[in-house]
Write a protein that binds this ligand. Structure first.
Ligand SMILES: O=C(O)c1ccccc1NCC(=O)[C@H](O)[C@H](O)COP(=O)(O)O
Length: 392
């Protein structure tokens, strides 16, 4: 086959991008743009059939796809170097390979997610690419001017902790989850939010992901709007899987006061830049960790003031509250106390003993979903969780 024999030997190089590239910053360093082998082969195929003009447009399209794939590969290299196991895929999916007139994808090229978190992130990358097309950033920035004022999420937690002597509660408005299925059939987000607030919750976490949690941004808007008529004050955490800075602006435009960044998903530089964007928007940034390596990474990122320790392993769903204790022991705990970083214990909290255990470990706030959202009266559920009425 002529094409293959005459292929230029495409130089292979590993460019360590100076900056990460998932929607917050551009790639720097020698991001050479050269047609890869497949687009060279494709151009030669086109030559036999069409004139030069269609070769250029065909090559252009392939170039963009290959470029996106190459940039994605760099992102994965940077992430892997930081111990991040979640791989990222360009929204268009893995590249096609071309051999002569054939194009194909390799089955074993890791084109299937290894766990639910990776599946959620691949879905999110595709979903957000679509949403960005429909609502470009310049248009989103205009929406921000109409957004409701930002409320002090961390301040509300600190005030609640001072008032009750117990960790401030971030009560989660969650209908379903991959690990537990549907938690509450008759799910009225505003009703649940009101019950949480009257039960003494300092803040609310509202699931925005539709596919895996049956959540929505509309729920968050409805709760925010209800706040106006019913004088609800709780600041709102947009519980979403952030993969692109565009989502931060979008969450703010829908009334969010805080967003969540997951260290198991985002490289350090993405977290660094996304925190800067949140600060500009006066939003709080909850940076979530699950193990020592993620905690050490996050403690090394400038600007981190608010850390969540998830007791749930988001890849295996295993829940272990001793994880919170483990990550707050020794030097890590000292650094956190010295910097006055507020820590949230997340997941698997059902009883006053659970609350006492993570508080003893050093958290000043807790994020709780299942144990209160499935109660027929979530307000009572809050009192049962803490062993007393924390609304007073
Ligand atoms: O809960 C899941 O199944 C899940 C799966 C994959 C990614 C995230 C997931 N949950 C998010 C959370 O961590 C919880 O919603 C939150 O911490 C509250 O946990 P819980 O009180 O146990 O409902």
């Amino acid at each position: 086959m002529e094409g293959l024999a005459s292929l230029r030997s495409v130089p292979s190089f590993t460019c360590r991008p100076k900056r990460s590239i998932s929607g917050t910053t551009a790639l720097r360093g020698n991001s050479l743009s050269f047609p890869s082998s497949s687009s060279v082969v494709r151009a030669q195929q086109m030559e036999s059939k069409d004139g030069p003009s269609s070769i250029a447009s065909e090559l252009q399209k392939d170039e963009l796809k290959i470029k996106e794939w190459e940039v994605g590969m760099f992102h994965n290299e940077v992430a892997a170097a930081q111990g991040i196991k979640i791989r990222r895929r360009p929204p268009t999916g893995p590249p096609k390979h071309y051999v002569g007139p054939f194009e194909f994808r390799l089955e074993n090229e890791g084109n299937t997610p290894r766990n639910i978190l990776e599946e959620i992130i691949w879905h999110k990358d595709t979903e957000i690419a679509r949403w960005r097309e429909k609502k470009p950033l310049h248009s989103l920035l205009k929406d921000l001017q109409k957004a409701p004022p930002v409320r002090d999420f961390v301040g509300a937690l600190r005030a609640a902790n001072l008032r009750t002597g117990l960790p401030g509660l971030i009560a989660e408005v969650k209908k379903a989850s991959p690990s537990r299925g549907v938690l509450r059939e008759n799910f009225d987000p505003v009703e649940i939010a009101q019950a949480y607030e009257s039960g003494g919750a300092a803040c609310l976490s509202v699931l925005a992901d539709e596919k895996y949690f049956q959540g929505s941004y509309e729920n968050m808007v409805a709760i925010r709007d209800a706040g106006v008529q019913k004088n609800m004050q709780c600041p709102l955490l947009c519980k979403e899987f952030i993969v692109d800075a565009w989502q931060i602006y979008y969450a703010r435009s829908k009334g969010a006061d805080a967003i969540l960044l997951i260290a198991a998903v985002l490289p350090d530089l993405d977290i660094f830049y996304m925190i800067k964007i949140c600060k500009k928007l006066k939003m709080a940034t909850l940076v979530e960790v699950h193990n020592e390596r993620e905690m050490d990474r996050v403690l090394g990122i400038e600007g981190v003031e608010f850390i969540g320790i998830n007791n749930r392993n988001l890849e295996t769903f295993e829940v272990d509250t001793s994880n919170t204790k483990k990550l707050l022991e020794g030097k890590r705990g000292e650094v956190i106390r010295e910097r006055d970083i507020i820590v949230v214990g997340e997941s698997g909290l059902f009883t006053p003993d659970d609350i006492a255990y993570v508080q003893e470990a050093g958290v000043k706030a807790v994020l709780v979903g299942e144990s209160i959202v499935k109660q027929s009266d979530p307000k009572k559920g809050v009192a049962q969780l803490f062993g007393r009425d924390i609304s007073l």
